[in-house]
Ligand binder design. Structure first.
Ligand code: 4AD
Ligand code: MG
Length: 511
């Protein structure tokens, strides 16, 4: 009977056939173990060497990594195995024998893995991350669908900028330059006036000239838009939305999050209300003693940790140079050395950056947007997400509503994810007054010619309204506890990089 690994619990005691690939093998000389993956999970298959099974045992022992195979066997329970089941092997068919699979079980540098992204997707870690991504996307759609929002698909070819002119990708549209969408927002605003509550969800493009762990040039964004809503109404939707995402991912992916080493306690703490700080309060915080003390403490903690890590690294490296070890002990030690090296390298880089972050915070200009390091600091000082509201109008998009009491500020928010992740949502109430909107378009050096249809929304039945955009990859990076956004999308596009690279290239080790 054909089965999948995820379904094995329904087949206890039965004989089934799994179709998959060889993830790993080991043999004690008497028993051969083959870890098979089939896309739904991993399953250990076992065959002992007896006179009857000799041929099968030999064949199983010779299997190579990532060969495609069909295995037949009896399903038994084994609590110690991932998934809780294993297969007593009775038959084996090699569909294709894979030779010299480039990604071996030894540790590889991340650049090498990313260059082989088409194969890297098969690894257990990437499998967990991208399974969570699929659930996240499902929850995004379900949340808006069950809360009365109508999906409005917005175009990717755009004649005008939605989020400033700095990050536009231009394409030739029958001889005319047009841009790839930076946002669907202007179009969902039109949708909101027709349907009340709407959302768009799709790929978004920004020519970001920054090589950071938070920036992709192509990412996925969901943008709800609500008619008859003010800033606080929009923030409450964002709050409920984040809570439902976290709850769903915790419900469906506890084992994956644990496998990724995610600290679950911090996700479990998610509850309303989130912290609310104004931009002015954040500016005071950054320039004041609390942030300085926080960073000094951070520096001391990291230096202490670096000493411990470096000492342990030196000991393990010496052990590797010493008398030969059994293969599995040697392999385990190589793995430990690799992760200690990585940690030491990361800590050293962080320690080097702290004085600069301290200086940036102390000299923070209260008229400016928050920088990446400012967001990191604020997000690390809080254990739940933080809304930062009312930014100076000069540093935010033209469509944000000017605040009635303080006309130098806008009614907007960024939502910062805790643990240093920073902005995952940007949102605002929209400028619904025709004259102010025209003034804001001019203020940002643009012309109303490109925005005539958008201005119609203020000419014919304008109402207070607002919405936000949540970036899928930044949210996933936070949920999974990833160091870098490149693992949060199947095939990442960054400044100067598209993965996989046409030619994989050699593994140059740690990069
Ligand atoms: O803050 P942003 O630029 O807001 C907008 O685009 C609004 N039009 C949204 C709206 O109000 N409808 O982007 C929203 C989110 C960010 O908070 C971030 O999560 C993500 O999109 N994002 C990026 N993610 C990855 N790489 C980039 N270069 C990103 N730029 C923005
Ligand atoms: Mg933003």
């Amino acid at each position: 009977m054909r089965a999948t690994i995820a379904d094995l619990h329904r087949h206890l005691g039965e004989t089934v056939t799994l179709s998959g690939w060889v993830y790993n093998t080991r043999s004690s000389g008497k028993v051969a173990f083959v870890i098979v993956r089939d896309g739904t999970g991993l399953c250990q298959c076992v065959v002992a060497k007896t006179p009857v099974t000799e041929a099968l045992f030999e064949e199983a022992s010779k299997l190579t990594q990532e060969s495609s195979i069909r295995v037949t066997g009896t399903v038994t329970a084994n609590e110690r195995q991932a998934g809780g089941f294993e297969l007593g092997l009775t038959g084996l068919e090699v569909v294709h024998r894979s030779e010299n699979y480039p990604i071996t079980p030894k540790p590889h540098g991340i650049e090498f893995l990313m260059r082989h992204r088409h194969l890297h997707l098969r690894s257990r870690r990437q499998w967990s991350i991208l399974k969570i991504r699929a659930t996240l996307i499902d929850e995004i759609r379900s949340f808006f669908n069950r809360n009365g929002f109508t999906l409005i698909d917005t175009p990717i070819f755009s004649p005008a900028a939605g989020e400033g002119t700095q990050t536009l990708f231009t394409v030739d549209y029958f001889g005319e330059p047009v841009y790839l969408a930076q946002t669907g927002q202007l179009y969902v605003e039109a949708g909101a006036m027709a349907f009340g509550k709407v959302y768009c969800f799709g790929p978004t493009f920004r020519a970001e000239k920054s090589k950071t762990r938070r920036h992709l040039t192509e990412f996925w964004m969901v943008e709800p838009e609500i008619a008859y809503a003010e800033l606080e109404d929009v923030m409450q939707v964002a709050e409920d939305f984040i809570c439902s995402i976290v709850e769903r991912v915790l419900r469906d992916h506890r084992a994956d999050l644990e496998f990724l080493g995610r600290n679950l306690a911090s996700l479990e703490k998610m509850s309303k209300p989130f912290y609310r700080l104004t931009h002015a309060e954040v500016a005071d915080l950054l320039r004041g003693p609390k942030v300085r003390e926080f960073l000094e403490q951070d520096l001391a903690t990291k230096q202490a940790r670096l000493t411990v890590v470096n000492q342990s690294l030196a000991e393990k490296e010496a052990q590797l140079k010493g008398p030969a070890l059994k293969k599995h002990l040697h392999d385990a030690l190589v793995g430990e050395v690799h992760s200690l090296r990585q940690e030491s390298h990361d800590l050293a880089a962080e320690i080097e950056n702290i004085p600069q972050h301290m200086q940036l915070a102390a000299n923070f200009d209260p008229h400016e947007d928050l920088g990446g390091s400012d967001e990191t600091i604020i997000a690390r000082m809080h254990d739940r997400p933080v809304f930062v509201t009312h930014y100076p109008r000069g540093c935010k998009a033209f469509y944000m509503k000017v605040n009635a009491e303080d006309r130098t500020r806008v009614n907007n928010f960024d939502l910062l994810a805790p643990e240093g992740y920073g902005e995952i949502i940007g949102g605002s109430q929209r400028e619904d007054d025709y004259d102010t909107l025209v003034e804001r378009i001019h203020e940002q050096g643009m012309t109303t010619d490109d925005y005539e249809w958008y201005l119609d929304l203020r000419r014919y039945g304008t109402v207070p309204h607002g919405g936000f955009g949540l970036g899928v990859e930044r949210t996933l990076a936070w949920l999974c506890g990833l160091e870098h956004i490149r693992e949060a999308i199947p095939f990442a596009r960054l400044m100067g990089k598209m993965y996989p690279e046409p030619r994989g290239g050699d593994d140059v080790g740690q990069e």
